[in-house]
Design a protein around this ligand. Structure first.
Ligand code: SF4
Length: 67
């Protein structure tokens, strides 16, 4: 399963990524490794509320298959 990888890839390419405040995390905030849909306020009930995840993921898949 590459899903964790995709959550990070998608968030890195998402203009609407809005991470929870760093006070909620364990001191590793601002690290690119923390950039993930799982840390995003728009991600609720295992789903991106803005419906961006699928679109971005699709684009990433398209690009990587073209390489
Ligand atoms: S949950 Fe949605 S808005 Fe947040 S980073 Fe992922 S795709 Fe973007």
């Amino acid at each position: 399963m590459d899903q964790m990888y995709n959550f990070a890839q998608v968030a890195n390419n998402c203009s609407q990524y809005s991470p929870y405040s760093s006070g909620m995390t364990n001191g590793t905030s601002d690290s690119a490794a923390d950039c993930s849909c799982l840390n995003c306020q728009n991600f609720k009930e295992h789903h991106c509320q803005l419906d961006l995840y699928d679109k971005i993921n699709e684009n990433l898949t398209k690009y990587s298959s073209e390489l």
